[in-house]
Design a binder for this molecule. Sequence first.
Ligand code: ATP
Length: 355
Amino acid sequence: MARINLNHIRHAYGAKPKSENDYALKEVHHEWNDGGAYALLGPSGCGKTTLLNIISGLINPSEGEILFDGKDVTHLSTQERNIAQVFQFPVIYDTMTVYDNLAFPLRNRHVPEAEVDRRVKETIEMIGLGGWAKKTARGLTADQKQKISLGRGLVRNDVSAILFDEPLTVIDPEMKWVLRSQIKRLHKQFGFTMVYVTHDQTEALTFADKVVVMYDGQIVQIGTPAELFERPRHTFVGYFIGSPGMNVLPVKLDGGTATIGGEQLGLTFQPKVKAGAKTELGIRPEFVSLGREGMPVAITKVEDIGRHKIVRARFADQPISIIVDEDGEIPAEPRVTFDPKAINIYADSWRVGEE
Ligand code: ATP
């Protein structure tokens, strides 16, 4: 398995990009650890598939280079890079048996037949298709076919990385978690480097050690689920991750004091902000308390979703969401306070640190 370096990668589909907006990938520069499980998460069109295809070798980037374990593979094919891929739709041979589908990549590499037999049998058990070896793939369900796609990567046992492009899209909801936990277990057992594209935040958060959040052709943050939740680096990460997402409110700053709509809030730090920047305060709905103390809000809607209520309100002329316990009271003259430790400050959409 490989450590992957993406060095100053940029990509434009058109031949002559005229402006920054013509780039589907603007600047990707990161190192991904050997054996890591990375989920690429972001809205439609943000560049996830483009980046995955650049890693696999299906696309040559317009600029930059890709290294696997320090070796430049930028101009090598997928096969030469030794990459296994699992796509949205299983890529298997419908007329072949499960056994032959798994044997195919090994026979292609002229692995001796005794070794093929041993590895195929091992893999069939690993992917939970024991007993299905002689069945032709055509009759299998979508999740069983997807298990074969995964098995074709694992059977080779020499791949640099396994890339997944929304592999659970066509799987029935009740089978999704089975397959997800199987992939997770196999990753733990074999430690393959895994890059997993999804636009489903639950999938990304439950699955990966590191979530790579993409927005508008850039990686805006790579972090653990806890880091993305507590300290979103960009306002986009704040409201994309979480349900509902982080509240982002325009704010005036003066040293350790923040003013929103005439209301003053103390901060636990002095944010370092360049003059003229657009400043915003980020606070997650979980850390806004509704009660009789604090700053006035006007409630517009209460959504009861079982374990808790989501209160939608207007605060300082801005929409705000608040999470309240199921048995939490909603006062007649509601007010809010923000947990000072949970406040993030943003300048031109990027999180700022202390002075
Ligand atoms: P989705 O979740 O919808 O698959 P994505 O995050 O994977 O989206 P990409 O498919 O990588 O995003 O697309 C990134 C940008 O590049 C989009 O603006 C898209 O329209 C553009 N794009 C993708 N493929 C091509 C192509 N073959 N030719 C021209 N533009 C393309």
